[in-house]
Design a protein around this ligand. Structure first.
Ligand code: M6R
Length: 608
């Protein structure tokens, strides 16, 4: 997490740095700072709190003069959010300054050694060891000092570095934390992510692991850790710059919820050729698909929930056994990946540290890895054997909505494709599914337009302490995501349970008025679900049901019912999640929460 930016050029650096940081705040927002080289010294301003505090402190950057600078927006790992722990960090005589995204895992060991050599630490961060280490190795050649510290540091880092005695140079280096650089008119920029530089350039270079960049106003050079020069080619970014703006909506989250019909369409339409599903980027022959014996899905958070949903779809449609694992668990459990296992990693950002590590682990164990990724050119997209993009566009709100919806579509398409090739789906069945798929965008839109009803209901539960989400099968997977949406932005404790599991302990938590959101989209499970709803209602719960149109029987067991339109049973998640997203959103709004930037969170989790 954390976002870093840097600029060297003919323009004033500070406003460019602040603007870049504003596009990276999704990566962390507990403190921010900038450092600008001015005449013969480096000036720095940093502060606890959101970027707007820094903007006020620097009068939008006008108090810092200079055309070379670096900036940082922080998500605290080592040391609480404070002025002291905020980046940038100086060496002892303020002649070297750095910003860092990542974690130095051996920082305690390095710190002890540096302390023995007389270095004093003023922050609690792991980052401060980097700048003192640089100071220790620096003897006038910045590139040499950078390569030396790279040999000493373990962990992950993307760094921006300025040496005051090299005022016409800006250095950047990366290992396991994202970093891009771009050439602009009259200068060069570096950042953790593309949106920060999009205003200035569409041609970026993705810095690879252990690569170093030396930038001057006019030039950009790349080096290996052995100081060997590297030739790199730039990539053109095609994003619509306005896609990362609020466009009249009160919050990014609401805007992104409303972009779901488009995200769904954009993800399926390029892959539908008549009634056929063509996923060219899969690069798998029919024989390859037929020889899949097992699918292993690995992801975190909502992407994991999309994976849980797809287990039912792959198994039900394509008859391929599926295991779904959290990336943070998978990477340390010595997974058994046999020949014939296809590993699918799912990630919106393409930078989630655990998912990236799981991908590498799976590749090392000899598996083919397919990435389902939203951010074009991200680390997971580049490292996976094959990548299937979700075309949701930039997602800014920390709570994912449109990227999750697009992930579901990509997974449905894959399952349908596999089912056809393996002879599990007839042309006729496929045609019916494709029609249902095409109907989803309009159905999602219709559900979104029902937002006032959900808002009225949400307003009744602003003071809720605990909320339970229950469902069976795919409905359990929907419950997992509904529960996460609510808790991450409203701070109300909520849990998702497989409905049949409630009475094995959790039902003791149900008391008068506890809200239980029940999801019933799977006809074969209606009756079982209704029994579970009656069980909690008898114990005082207030039961909200999300179910298919026509299932009026549910009204006997629920206090409030939200109906979703009829669709193929495997696509139900795409519809049922909409009222649950709206519910989480309106509860959070009603409680005065910052929905786009919930406390303690960041959009891109680049540390494990
Ligand atoms: O970028 P990724 O899809 O890999 O991120 C995974 C999770 O961090 C993410 O889905 C997280 O759970 C969201 N905050 C959920 O809204």
């Amino acid at each position: 997490m954390c976002g870093i930016v840097g600029y060297i050029g003919n323009r004033q650096a500070a406003p460019i740095l602040l603007d870049g940081l504003s596009k990276l705040e999704y990566r962390g927002y507990d403190s921010a700072g900038i450092a600008v080289h001015s005449v013969d010294k480096i000036n720095m301003v940093k502060s606890k709190g959101r970027l707007k505090v820094l903007e006020e402190l620097t009068h939008n950057g006008s108090t810092l003069n200079g055309t070379v600078g670096i900036g940082h927006t922080r998500w605290a790992t080592h040391g609480s959010p404070s002025d002291q722990n905020a980046h940038p960090h100086f060496n002892k005589n303020n002649s070297i300054v750095i910003v860092h995204n990542g974690i130095i895992e051996n920082y305690l060991k390095l710190k002890k050694k540096l302390e023995k050599k007389g270095y004093e630490f003023i922050s609690e961060t792991d980052t401060e060891v980097i700048v003192h280490l640089l100071d220790y190795y620096y003897s006038g050649n910045p590139l040499q000092a950078v390569t030396k510290i790279m040999h000493r540091m373990e962990g992950s880092y993307a760094l921006g570095i300025i040496f005051s005695d090299h005022p016409n140079e800006l250095y950047a280096v990366r290992k396991d934390s994202p970093l891009i650089v771009g050439k602009t008119e009259g200068g060069n920029v570096v950042a953790s992510d593309v949106p920060a530089v999009l205003k200035y350039t569409r041609n970026v270079y993705f810095v690879e692991n252990e690569e170093i960049v030396r930038m001057t106003r006019d030039e950009m050079e790349f080096f290996t850790v052995d100081e060997e020069p590297i030739e790199k080619t730039s990539v053109e970014i095609e994003w619509d710059i306005n896609a990362a703006e609020k466009g009249g909506y009160e919050h990014f989250m609401l805007k992104e919820m409303y972009e779901q019909p488009k995200a769904i369409t954009d993800t399926f339409s390029p892959r539908l050729k008549g009634q056929d599903i063509v996923i060219e980027e899969l690069n798998m022959s029919d024989q390859d698909i037929k020889s899949i014996e097992k699918i292993m899905i690995v992801a975190c958070g909502s992407a994991y929930h999309a994976g849980v949903t797809s287990k039912y779809v792959f198994e039900g449609l394509a008859k391929i056994p599926v295991e779904v694992d959290l990336a943070s668990e998978f990477r340390y459990r010595n997974p058994l990946l046999r020949e014939g296992t296809l590993v699918i990693v799912i990630s919106q950002s393409g930078e989630t540290a655990d998912t990236l590590a799981a991908l590498r682990e799976a590749k090392e164990l000899g598996s083919r890895v397919l990435g389902i990724v939203n951010v074009v050119g991200s680390s997971i997209a580049r490292e996976a054997d094959n990548v299937m993009y979700t075309w949701a566009g930039p997602e800014i709100a920390v709570a994912t909505t449109k990227a999750y919806s697009a992930q579901l579509i990509a997974l449905y398409l894959l399952a349908m494709k596999f089912a056809c090739v393996r002879g599990e789906l007839t042309d006729h069945e496929l045609a019916a599914m494709v029609e249902d798929l095409k109907a989803l965008p309009a159905q999602v839109e219709m559900l979104l337009n029902n937002k006032n009803k959900i808002q009225r209901f949400a307003n009744r539960y602003l003071a809720a302490k605990d909320v339970f989400f229950i469902g069976r099968g795919i409905d359990y997977a929907i419950s997992l995501e509904g529960s996460l949406k609510l808790k991450e932005i409203s701070y109300i404790h909520s849990e998702a349970y497989a409905a049949g599991e409630l009475k094995h302990g959790t039902i003791s938590l149900i008391e008068e008025g506890t809200l239980v959101a029940s999801v019933l989209t799977q006809k074969q499970l209606y009756k079982k679900m209704i029994s579970n709803m009656v069980e909690v209602r008898t114990r005082g719960a207030f039961v909200l049901a999300v179910t298919n149109e026509g299932n009026v029987e549910v009204e006997r067991a629920a206090d409030y019912v939200i109906y979703i339109p009829e669709t193929n049973k495997y696509f139900a998640n795409s519809l049922a999640i909409i009222p649950l997203q709206l519910f989480g959103y309106y509860i959070a709004i009603g409680r005065g929460c910052d929905v786009d930037k919930p406390r303690n969170l960041a959009k891109s989790v680049t540390v494990e």
